[in-house]
Design a protein around this ligand. Structure first.
Ligand code: ADP
Ligand code: ASP
Ligand code: MG
Length: 476
């Protein structure tokens, strides 16, 4: 099989983890698979780089200096533990990248300005470090491997911070760059998260974007499967930090995976399934630290598991805005004007709900942007507010969207009764409700203070702790 395997930040987070990754890759290689590896930065490194760049923009020089030192020490320690000769091919390159980091952060401190372009260049460094280390370790255990910087492969637009890949050009470059290596039995280790514009300016694909790199390369190389290796046994019925009894799901559909990741299940970057759907490439989510667990298989048509609801997720840090007034009924185009106003601020709306009486429109935006949205709406609807056609524009800060996801909810009666019954029993107030047009998702908004309890109540009400938790071996 031709496989793309992506390893996340914890999977390359220390020397033992990197050794474990190398063992997984060696096993697949020995089984005769062609494997392209994609790596994230070590856990925490991207945050460190971004924090240092932001501090530099305020004129501070100490945080970037300290970050350089800490990054050098951490990577040096891991490389020295894993490699006979860490300076050859690895630490020299890392030091050169860190020298660029220092020059750039000094320039940012002098200018007092951090452009999105400079931020992308800086935040892409962590993936370069881990790719260099892993490729060197693979060579040391007798495999043929090279670290490949993805600015040579992934061509994107100029949307710094969440760039979009240009898939045809990327496929051309990825095939030209990687297929000869695969055919020669080598194991390329590609940096996740980053790409470059056609003229070679470094971009990034958004936080958590190494998953997306894996899927983009899977599609570009016509891989048989994309395997995302992380630190849990696949996609779970809920975030295990909130629901400790959450179970691993054996199979889910592309649509369910997309809904779950969009609504906060951090295990998968929200755009990851797109390139895979187009080509029907299955995605597996596997645990680097429990590699014999079957994990989760994401396909077009999964086998049913007897549960209409498969998982419950949450997005935090939001605000609910309501435009209310009995007079709105007679005013044409209120909804259009509301959303035009929000769009003109460049703010995206995560959820909308409107009562059929047209007396209120509710929608959810990021908390950070919400005050500006309210002010813009008050400006835009000044006339309606003055004459009383709109009574008020209300903002409920600190809310959470909880999404209940499962394709089987379609046509299963009694789901809402069970859902709202469970919340009612615990006296949890639901502020707003929406059902996705796919019918694979019901989203509701609750106050931040109620979110944990609401997720636990929903998990229990749908008996998600009883989802069959397979421990089968992965098929060779
Ligand atoms: P990686 O660095 O491997 O990409 P992430 O931290 O991005 O890993 O994603 C894995 C984490 O996602 C898990 O450790 C878990 O805490 C969290 N998570 C949140 N919701 C879910 C879910 N429904 N299923 C699995 N993991 C989840
Ligand atoms: N290192 C990047 C991040 O922390 C990308 C990733 O880990 O997927 O966002
Ligand atoms: Mg991730």
């Amino acid at each position: 099989m031709r496989l793309v395997m992506k390893f996340g930040g914890t999977s390359v987070g220390n020397a033992d983890a990197v050794r474990q990754v190398a063992a997984i890759l060696k096993k697949s290689h020995d089984q005769g698979h062609q494997v392209v590896t994609v790596v994230s930065a070590m856990r925490g490194v991207t945050d460190q780089l971004i924090d240092a760049a932001r501090a530099a923009a305020t004129g501070e020089t100490e945080p970037p200096r300290a970050a350089r030192q800490a990054l050098w020490e951490r990577h040096h320690a891991v490389a020295a533990e894993l490699l006979q000769n860490p300076y050859q091919f690895v630490l020299g390159d890392i030091d050169a990248h860190l020298a660029n980091f220092s020059n750039l952060t000094s320039a940012i401190a002098v200018l007092g300005e951090l452009t999105p372009r400079a931020l992308d260049f800086i935040s892409s460094l962590g993936e370069r470090f881990s790719a260099l280390i892993l490729a060197a370790l693979l060579r040391e255990i007798g495999l043929s491997s090279v670290a490949v910087m993805a600015d040579r492969l992934i061509v994107t637009d100029r949307h710094f911070g969440s760039a979009n890949p240009l898939l045809d050009l990327t496929a051309e470059r990825a095939q030209a760059g990687l297929l000869p290596m695969l055919e020669a039995g080598a194991l390329p280790v590609v940096t996740g998260f980053l790409g470059a514009t056609l003229d070679g300016i470094v971009t990034t694909l958004g936080r958590g974007g190494s998953d997306y790199t894996g899927a983009i390369l899977g599609a570009a190389l016509n891989a048989d499967e994309v395997w995302i290796w992380t630190d849990v046994d696949g996609v779970l019925t809920a975030d295990p930090r909130i629901v400790p009894e959450a179970c691993s799901l054996r199979q889910i559909s592309y649509l369910e995976a997309a809904e779950l990741s969009y609504f906060g299940a951090r295990v998968l970057h929200p755009k990851t399934v797109r390139p895979a759907v187009d080509r029907g490439i299955p995605i597996r989510i596997l645990n680097t630290f429990n590699p014999d667990h079957a994990g989760t298989l994401i396909v077009k048509e999964p086998q049913a598991n007897g549960h209409a609801v498969k998982a419950v997720t949450a997005i935090r840090g939001l605000a609910l805005i309501a435009v209310e007034g009995r007079g709105m009924m007679g005013v044409p185009g209120v909804a259009a004007r509301v959303f035009e106003t929000v769009a003109s601020l460049g703010v995206s709306v995560l959820m909308i709900s409107q009562g059929s009486s047209e007396q209120s429109i509710c929608f959810v935006v990021e908390e950070e942007a919400s005050q500006a949205v309210v002010e813009a709406l008050e400006g835009g609807f000044r006339h309606e507010l003055t004459i009383g056609a709109i009574d008020r524009i209300d903002r409920h800060a600190q809310v959470v969207i909880i999404a209940v996801v499962g394709w089987g909810m379609r046509g299963t009666p009694g789901i809402s009764a069970r859902l709202f019954g469970a919340l009612g029993e615990r006296s949890i107030n639901v502020l707003s409700i929406a059902q996705g047009s796919s019918e694979a998702n019901i989203s509701l908004v609750v106050d931040h203070a109620d979110a944990h309890e609401a997720i636990q109540a929903i998990h229990a009400a749908f008996e998600l702790d009883r989802v069959a938790n397979s421990r089968e071996q992965i098929a060779d």
